[in-house]
Design a protein around this ligand. Structure first.
Ligand code: 0WD
Length: 254
C-alpha cells in the first residue's frame, strides 16, 4: 500500500540518523517503497545497518562512489536482488574542511578535483549504470544548495561542485528522458547534519534563514523527505531537469 508500493529505490548517502538521506528513506518507506541503502566504508557500515534494520525488507550494500568497480558491483547486486529499479536518491557530497573557509581563490587542484569527483561526477557515474535497470521508467534525484548559484561565504568549492551537479541534472534529464527516466534535484535550506558541521558559521546561516525566509523558519529534514517522496512517485511524472527549492522560500528573498 502507498504511493510507492512495488517500487525499488536505491538510497545513497545515509551516514547517521541526521542525514538527509535518512529522512528521505523514512518518507519513502511510509509510502511502501522497498529500499536498498549504500554505505561508503566499513567505518559507517554498522551504523547504516542498524538504521536499515528498522525498515523491514530493506537491504544494505557497500559503495564508495569514487571507485567505478564498487558502483559496478553495486549495480550487479541490485540487478540480482531486484531485477527492476524504479528510483535513485543521491545524497552525497564531500570537500576537505580546509576548502570550506577563507577564500575560494585559494582552492587547491586536489581539493577542487576531490569535491567535484564525489559531489558532482558521482551522480553521473551512478546514473549511467542504473538507468538500464529502470525498465519500467524511473526517477533519479540529488541534493543541492543555493551556493551553486550565489557566492555564499565559506561554501566555496562546494558551491562550484553544486553548480556542476545542477548542470549534470539537466544534461542527464535530456539524455534519459527517452527511456522514461526523470532526473531532478532538491535545493534544500541549511539543515544541521554531519556535512553541515564542516561549514564555518553554520549557526549564523540558520539565524539568517529564520529572520528572512518567507515562512520565518529553517528547513526540517522531513520537508525534504516528503518532497523527495513526491519526486520518486507518479505524482511528479511531468517534472524533469528541475531544481526544486525546499527552503521555506529563502531563495526568493535572500
Ligand atoms: O544543510 C545541509 N545539510 C544541506 C545539505 C543543504 C543542502 C544540500 N545538502 C546536501 C549535501 O551537500 C549532500 O549532497 O545534501 C546531501 C546530504 O548531506 P547531509 O545529509 O547534510 O550530510 P551527511 O549526513 O554527512 O551525508 C553525506 C554523506 C557522507 O557522510 P560523511 O559525513 O561521512 O562524509 O555522503 C556520503 C557519506 O555517507 N559520502 C559518500 N558516499 C559514498 N562514497 C562518499 C563517497 N566517497 N563521500 C561522502
Amino acid at each position: 500500500n502507498g504511493l510507492l508500493a512495488g517500487k525499488n529505490i536505491l538510497v545513497m548517502g545515509v551516514a547517521n540518523d541526521r542525514s538527509i538521506a535518512w529522512a528521505i528513506a523514512q518518507s519513502l518507506a511510509a509510502q511502501g517503497a522497498r529500499l536498498a541503502f549504500t554505505y561508503e566504508s566499513e567505518r559507517v557500515e554498522e551504523r547504516v545497518r542498524k538504521l536499515a534494520d528498522t525498515i523491514p525488507g530493506s537491504i544494505i550494500l557497500p559503495c564508495n562512489v569514487t571507485v567505478d568497480e564498487e558502483i559496478d558491483s553495486l549495480v550487479s547486486q541490485l540487478k540480482e536482488q531486484y531485477g527492476v529499479l524504479h528510483g535513485l536518491v543521491h545524497s552525497i557530497a564531500f570537500a576537505k574542511t580546509e576548502e570550506l573557509e577563507g577564500m575560494f581563490a585559494d582552492t587547491s587542484r586536489a581539493g577542487f578535483a576531490l569535491a567535484h569527483d564525489i559531489s558532482a561526477y558521482s551522480l553521473t557515474a551512478v546514473a549511467q549504470r542504473v538507468y538500464p535497470l529502470m525498465t519500467e521508467g524511473g526517477s533519479i534525484m540529488t541534493m543541492t544548495y543555493l551556493g551553486a548559484e550565489r557566492a555564499l561565504r565559506n561554501y566555496n568549492v562546494m558551491g562550484v561542485a553544486k553548480a556542476a551537479l545542477e548542470a549534470s541534472v539537466r544534461y542527464l534529464a535530456a539524455d534519459l528522458g527517452q527511456f522514461n527516466v526523470r532526473v531532478n534535484a532538491i535545493s534544500a535550506g541549511p539543515i544541521r547534519t554531519l556535512a553541515a558541521k564542516g561549514i564555518k558559521d553554520f549557526n549564523s546561516i540558520l539565524r539568517q534563514v529564520e529572520e528572512r525566509a518567507p515562512l520565518r523558519r529553517t528547513t526540517e529534514v522531513a520537508e525534504v523527505g516528503d518532497t523527495a517522496m513526491f519526486l520518486m512517485s507518479h505524482l511528479s511524472r511531468g517534472i524533469t531537469g528541475e531544481i526544486i527549492y525546499v527552503d521555506n522560500g529563502y531563495n526568493i528573498v535572500g
